[in-house]
Design a binder for this molecule. Structure first.
Ligand SMILES: CCCCC/C=C\C/C=C\CC/C=C/CC(=O)SCCNC(=O)CCNC(=O)[C@H](O)C(C)(C)COP(=O)(O)OP(=O)(O)OC[C@H]1O[C@@H](n2cnc3c(N)ncnc32)[C@H](O)[C@@H]1OP(=O)(O)O
Length: 288
């Protein structure tokens, strides 16, 4: 089966969840969680995550984001820049309220499948992708950034995969995305320590590609990246990218339901609930 078909193929169980209209709240449908605009100078699409205050990643945001990715694929855009509309935060990662307290099993299953779907569409997109990390990008926020091809970040923010300190093990598709950016040893150090790096440290180890001081510079650096493909036929570029990334994507596509079940079981364990609960409480207490 060719890769484009594989990307569209999913198990019957998975498609039942992805296609069902369940968990579509009317207020969420009315509020735009993902904004899209086009840079008139360059023809590049700018996709801004817009779930205030910190772009925590909910089921509704994932669904809307996947719809945007489908539109960009069919419009055959020149490139995409992923950024945030929230002050100081690119994305604060998975919405912890999807995980705690004791989530509804059906909703969590759907949530996890849409998280996978987001990764598949972003990591496997045919067009070039840049993450403009214009704020903190912990955990799931970092996953979005490393799924893009190129990362540009503002100074003095934090990025990393801080799951281990809260007793969580990242799934292999997340680990492998990180290993597609960093050498295996660096990826292991980052994951096992769960340390969040500041912008300069992230640049020094190669987690990000450029540091910029403002959005104008970010757009200019993104344009330099996109223009490296100007003389490459679009289809050849897309197929080559997908050739490089297809093993990881195929592995997840074949294992989606199982991956979701594994995480559901893990999240529902009383010990995990307890750890996430105290972590969430500490987040809330910080401001008191
Ligand atoms: C923790 C359990 C993890 C379970 C994961 C399971 C499997 C995963 C394995 C790997 C795959 C990748 C998945 C990763 C998991 C995650 O993404 S879990 C989320 C982890 N995120 C974080 O640890 C970041 C937490 N947030 C912060 O550190 C800060 O909020 C910030 C991003 C640095 C911003 O700081 P700022 O001062 O600007 O804002 P506040 O802290 O005041 O936040 C405002 C408001 O928003 C609430 N909030 C923040 N983050 C989240 C979140 N991720 N989910 C839900 N709510 C969040 C915060 O509590 C404040 O609420 P208020 O006090 O009621 O106003």
């Amino acid at each position: 089966m060719n890769f484009s078909r594989l990307l569209k193929t999913t198990s019957a169980l998975t498609s039942r969840w992805l296609c069902s209209g369940r968990f579509q709240s009317t207020s969420a449908a009315a509020q735009k969680l993902v904004d899209v605009s086009v840079d008139s100078k360059t023809g590049v699409s700018i996709v801004s995550l817009n779930r205030k205050p910190v772009n925590s990643l909910s089921l509704e945001l994932f669904k809307e984001f996947c719809g945007v990715m489908d539109d960009l694929e069919s419009e055959k855009v020149r490139g995409m820049i992923l950024k945030s509309s929230c002050d100081n935060v690119f994305s604060s990662g998975l919405d912890i309220t999807e995980l705690y307290p004791h989530p509804d099993e059906d909703r969590f299953h759907a949530f996890w499948l849409w998280f996978q779907e987001t990764w598949i569409k972003l990591y496997g997109s045919s067009f070039p992708t840049v993450a403009f990390i214009n704020g903190h990008a912990p955990a799931g926020g970092c996953v979005l950034a490393i799924s893009c091809e190129y990362r540009i970040m503002l100074p003095y923010y934090k990025i990393g995969l801080n799951e281990a300190p809260v007793g969580i093990v990242a799934p292999d598709w997340v680990v492998n995305s990180l290993k597609s950016v960093l050498a295996s040893r660096k990826a292991e150090q980052l994951l096992t320590s769960g340390r969040l790096l500041d912008t300069q440290e992230a640049f020094d180890i190669g987690l990000i590609d450029k540091i910029v001081n403002n959005e104008e510079e970010a757009l200019a650096r993104s344009e330099e990246f996109f223009s490296t493909f100007d003389n490459v036929p679009k289809l050849a570029r897309a197929l080559t990218k997908q050739q490089v990334r297809k093993n990881e994507i195929s592995k997840l596509i074949k294992n989606r339901s199982n991956d979701a079940k594994l995480f559901l079981n893990h999240i529902l364990r009383p010990e995990t609930q307890k750890i996430i609960g105290s972590y969430f409480k500490s987040l809330k207490d910080r401001k008191k």
